[in-house]
Ligand binder design. Structure first.
Ligand code: GLU
Ligand code: MG
Length: 632
């Protein structure tokens, strides 16, 4: 989850005072970096995935499944291999926000060979195995977007009580012990976001109004130690949450690509932006929050609210104080402006930035689109600053820039090359909820990478006004959005823009099925384009077979022939014998579902309604020698 620098974090008061210093130098660092690297050319396609996991402790006698707060210990073990041989390991392990979370990436990025599509899943399987070796007998590693009883009593091992009047989060529900303790970044972010905001974060998710959910649904927060501040903001008929951990404690799947140059990175960033909400709907895996079934299917806005550090004035609830401006969005959210020339005319939401910073960027030769993007990132204060990081050499360091960049959690991230490295300009695709199996996660990763290749090779144009993308994000997390929602999408993505058309005529509303699979005579569909691209590609038989199976899965999910993880979870809950139609996830339901999830992940149980009947691929651990030799 971003920059992990050494040192002791400064208090919020100190950080606040130094925020302008960080921003001032961050911008200079970006300018210096840009000047050195804007003409960098010829980087090859490299890509990789990031998977976030949670560690569960099962107690089969008492039928409980809890979050095991041991990721610090487990990571120390997992990192030994990398410490001994940094470039020789098959995967890398990193901390995440939760003390029960770990994150991993492949040891080396994948490249431009089609055979690389066939090693993604094997690598994911290997990672699970490697992690399993460090777990205790009752612990299991799972890819699951949100723990069903996160923040419910007795949901962690060891048990730990929330501390509403002290600590970092001050939650009525979630203990600070659930925040990763091994690096100060995480607790510092939680503290500083809360302090900057001036109050706890507020997350209200509509509850699923099943027959026995009281009307209105309202919990007794005073009984949990609330001083009245939570009661005031908790909405009727909503599941109320009050801590960063409820959002950043969720797990996702991300994909990063290296582009051949900055121009290509800008194109990919823009072209994939309208696709983010479609992927929210297609990967939806998160209908449950704090032990309650809710009326949404995805994590996106929960995380957004969980790190919303805006003050009351900035949120438009109070008159502005000195140096404050109204800010439309949280620092976790959808992309707010396109970066390519082609995208410029679709930038229709008011973008907030500091005029002086913008001008400074322009004066240093940065074009308007990139300048406004960077200046917009820099409206956010620094919310985590290490004592060792104050004075940097702006010619060589980029930590101040990275500090602000890595706490802007957008649906896409535009990443400049790190200084003095062999890495080029990159973009990161960030919207997907993580899926249960390696098969599904690998399928999504390959699909997204293939889509990026098709966009570039066929010169596709997916652009629509950014305000419509924003609207789509809210549609993407709705209950069963794949089957019930329509999304704004560009009607003709294959021809160059028809100049006689107005922007409004360029887009219409489509279902996910239409967008992915196409609709005769109306919309070409992304999948047929990918299939045609693959047909023109030199691809070995095994990889071909694997990719076909991955694409089938996605086609069927889009068509509603297979369930999304969220729909499947809803069904598991509402048909569980212990379920009382009260939207509550009991310990028994939690245990049974997680057991099943684990069995599905490990292939012990099949799950045709979620995965279909064809859930194995021909994935292999490495690219076969014959293929490597053939291209030499
Ligand atoms: N866990 C966060 C999410 O689900 C992402 C954190 C990160 O940027 O790695 O979106
Ligand atoms: Mg992460």
């Amino acid at each position: 989850m971003g920059l992990l620098t050494e040192g002791e974090p400064l208090s919020w008061e100190e950080t606040k005072k130094l925020s302008e210093h960080v921003k001032k130098h961050g911008i200079i660092q970006f300018i210096n970096l840009y000047k050195k690297l804007r003409d960098r050319q010829g980087d090859v396609l490299k890509w990789g995935d990031e998977v976030e996991y949670m560690i569960i402790k099962f107690d089969d006698n008492n039928k409980t499944a809890k979050l095991s707060l041991r990721s610090d210990e487990i990571l120390a073990k997992l990192n030994e291999k990398e410490e001994a041989d940094p470039s020789g390991v098959k995967c890398l392990w990193r901390p995440e926000f939760g003390a029960y979370m770990i994150e991993s990436t492949p040891g080396q990025p994948y490249g431009g060979l089609s055979a690389h599509f066939n090693i993604v899943e094997a690598n994911m399987k290997y990672r699970r195995q490697e992690a399993m070796e460090q777990l205790q007998p009752n612990e299991r590693i799972i890819t699951f977007t949100n723990f069903l009883r996160l923040g419910c009593p007795n949901s962690t091992d060891p048990t730990s009580k929330p501390t509403p009047n002290s600590g970092y989060q001050r939650s009525l529900f979630l203990s600070d012990d659930a925040v990763f303790p091994g690096h100060p970044r995480f607790k510092t972010l939680a503290t500083n976001i809360r302090q900057r905001r001036g109050e706890k974060v507020i997350i209200n998710v509509p509850i699923y109004k099943d027959e026995n959910v009281p009307s209105p649904f309202r919990e007794d927060l005073r009984a949990l130690g609330d001083d009245g501040s939570s009661e005031k903001v908790a909405k009727d008929d909503h599941v109320y949450m009050d801590a960063m951990g409820f959002g950043m404690g969720c797990c996702c799947l991300q994909v990063t690509f290296q582009a051949s140059n900055i121009q290509e990175a800008r194109t990919l960033y823009d072209q994939l932006t309208p696709f983010c909400p479609i992927m929210l709907a297609l990967t939806a895996a998160c209908p449950v929050y704090r032990g309650h079934l809710t009326d949404i299917d995805g994590r996106w806005f929960v995380i957004s609210n969980s790190v919303d550090c805006r003050t009351r004035g900035e949120r438009g609830l109070e008159p502005l104080k000195e140096n404050e401006r109204k800010i439309r969005t949280s620092r976790y959210g959808a992309v707010e402006s396109y970066l390519s020339e082609q995208g410029a005319k679709y930038n229709d939401v008011p973008l907030l930035y500091d005029e002086e910073v913008f001008k400074q960027l322009l004066d240093n030769g940065i074009d308007r689109l990139l300048a406004q993007h960077v200046a917009h990132l820099f409206i956010r204060d620094c919310v985590c600053l290490m004592s060792t990081q104050l004075d940097q050499d702006d010619e060589v360091d980029t930590n101040h820039f990275e500090n602000i960049q890595s706490t802007n959690w957008q649906s896409m991230r535009f990443k400049p090359p790190p200084p003095n490295s062999s890495i080029g300009w990159r973009v990161e695709f960030r919207p997907c909820d993580v899926q249960l199996t390696d098969f599904e996660n690998a399928a999504l990763v390959c699909f997204i990478v293939l889509l990026s290749r098709v966009i570039l090779s066929y010169n596709l144009n997916l652009l629509i006004p950014i305000s419509k993308v924003e609207e789509n994000m809210t549609r993407g997390v709705k209950r069963d959005a794949v089957n019930t929602e329509k999304f704004w999408f560009r009607k003709d993505i294959t021809s160059t823009a028809d100049k006689s058309q107005s922007i409004e005529e360029e887009y219409g509303e489509f279902t996910v099925n239409e967008i992915i699979n196409g609709k005769d005579g109306v919309f070409v569909g992304l999948m047929p384009l990918i299939v045609s691209y693959l047909n023109n590609m030199n691809i070995d038989a095994d990889t071909h077979c694997t990719v076909q199976r991955y694409l089938k899965l996605i086609q069927k999910r889009a068509a509603g022939k297979l369930m999304t993880t969220a729909s499947w979870l809803r069904k598991q809950i509402t048909t569980h014998p212990d379920y009382k139609k009260d939207a509550k996830i009991t310990e028994q339901i939690n245990y049974d579902i997680l057991k099943k999830v684990y069995d599905i992940q490990t292939g012990v149980q099949s799950c045709p309604e979620l995965l279909g009947f064809c859930t194995t691929s021909k994935t292999t651990e490495s690219v076969p020698t014959a293929i490597v030799n053939a291209i030499k």
